[in-house]
Design a binder for this molecule. Structure first.
Ligand code: ADP
Length: 426
């Protein structure tokens, strides 16, 4: 059976986030880690999301990977495509949102797509083309200090303008509030003016559903995970999608670990809370740089802990500490050092019998799934907004056990997210 929706996400937590949105709207969803290199059993998936690690990759690599994902998804026969990026438009002046969207539009021979980063359930809305995070302009939010993609402008049109040569327009809230027909009329007008990208104001979920309805015949929709919210209804209206059935938890039990590489405010608060209850270790970047056996030390320490209690291992540090480390080792190098260690630690912990793993950080999650040779994930029920439990698919064929994974984008989740996730899946 052909799938209905094929999505490409620029990082792995983003992929999980959009898959989670589709699951909540009643689609069965599988996330693949990169473009599968061989046969893969997608089961009865109605939506497939390819998770790339392209957000901060060199532009050419990001474009090539996205085009390869599109080509592979096309083979599954979907009716529509989705390009998922962060609701805080995480990118640099070089890209990669603009160059990737340009390439996808060209390959699909399409002339228009929405730019809809909003995710109101997580406090991110777009008003007059400006992104707000929990009521604060993006440029004033903690995203201004992101280690890899510091966001110092809140204007989506301007953020995009330096990333593409195509025309960009804005569809304002007054039109969005009028509903799908008004939005479609605005799109027609933009198209006539040669505009390829329609930044669209979004205040709430009702708007996302209206935008989804207006995008029913768009080959490509782009945005945060919220932009996918209204799409399953189109398939249901067309008689292609059945009634809503709830997703089930992964059928996995075993020891638990929390691995955090995100330096976001939310993750640092979550770490502070979990530290009160669980044994924890911080990864020392200077020791990694000095070539010390950091991974072996952490694994020895973890093996000595009570197996009935989760272990917490983190690289996360506050912006001042991160700035010092980045100045000393370089932004990319410091990030890769921590990601590398967390990946190896994840593999070592699984070898010790860990079967439930919570990961904080988009890039960090990418490093973990790669270290665990995860090929695909079946999306289960949601823990906190945007973050579901997932179950690895196909690791058994590589000699590994199925693992329950919760991949959390840095800024997502309430303060007790780690405990909440593990309470849900004891
Ligand atoms: P988020 O989802 O918050 O963006 P990511 O994992 O995507 O989190 O990005 C955080 C980056 O910060 C990763 O590359 C991670 O390796 C890096 N990092 C983690 N701890 C430190 C640290 N102490 N110093 C410098 N960089 C760090």
């Amino acid at each position: 059976m052909a799938i209905l929706l094929g999505a490409i996400a620029d990082d792995s937590t983003g992929a999980t986030d959009v898959a989670n949105t589709l699951v909540k709207e009643g689609m069965r969803a599988v996330q693949t880690i990169g473009v599968p290199d061989g046969d893969i059993d997608l089961g009865d998936a109605e939506a497939v999301v390819v998770a790339l690690k392209s957000r901060t990759a060199p532009v050419d690599e990001a474009v090539d990977a996205s085009r390869a994902a599109l080509a592979w998804l096309r083979g599954l026969g979907p009716r529509q495509f989705f390009f998922k990026y962060c609701s805080t438009f995480d990118s640099t002046p070089a890209g990669n949102i603009g160059p990737v969207a340009d390439a996808l539009l060209a390959d699909l021979d399409a002339d228009f797509t929405f730019l809809c980063p909003a995710f109101p359930d997580n406090g991110r809305v777009v008003r007059d083309g400006l992104i707000y995070v929990n009521g604060e302009l993006l440029e004033n939010s903690s995203m201004k200090d992101h280690p890899l993609t510091p966001m110092r402008d809140s204007r989506v049109v301007e953020l995009m303008r330096v990333q593409t040569n195509r025309e960009i327009g804005l569809i304002k809230q007054a039109t969005v509030s009028e509903g799908p027909a008004a939005i479609a009329t605005a799109v027609d007008a933009l198209r006539r003016d040669g505009v390829a990208y329609g930044v669209i104001d979004t205040a709430g979920n009702e708007d996302l559903r209206a935008i989804g309805a207006a995008a029913a015949d768009h080959a490509l929709v782009t945005g945060g995970s919220g932009a996918a919210m209204g799409l399953p209804a189109n398939f249901r209206t067309a008689g292609l999608l059945g009634d809503l059935t709830p997703a089930t938890l992964p059928q996995v039990s075993g020891r638990a670990a929390v691995l955090a590489g995100s330096c976001s405010r939310a993750t640092r608060q979550q770490i502070a809370m979990a530290q009160k209850d669980w044994p924890h270790r911080k990864i020392d970047v200077h020791r990694i740089a000095a070539g010390d056996p950091v991974v072996a030390d952490i694994l020895d320490w973890a093996a000595a802990q009570d197996t009935s209690t989760p272990v917490l291992i983190y690289g996360s540090a506050d912006p001042d500490e991160v700035a010092v480390i980045q100045a000393q080792y370089g932004v990319t190098e410091a990030g890769e050092m921590v990601e590398g260690v967390i990946g190896e630690v994840a593999a070592g912990l699984v070898a010790q019998g860990v079967r439930r793993v919570v990961v904080a950080g988009g890039e960090t999650a990418g490093a973990v799934v790669s270290a665990l040779s995860v090929k695909a994930l079946r999306i289960g029920p949601e823990i906190d907004t945007g973050v579901p439990w997932t179950e690895t698919l196909g690791t058994e064929t590589l000699g590994g056990p199925p693992i329950a994974l919760a991949l959390k984008s840095g800024n997502f989740g309430g303060e007790d997210f780690f405990a909440k996730a593990l309470r849900m899946h004891p």
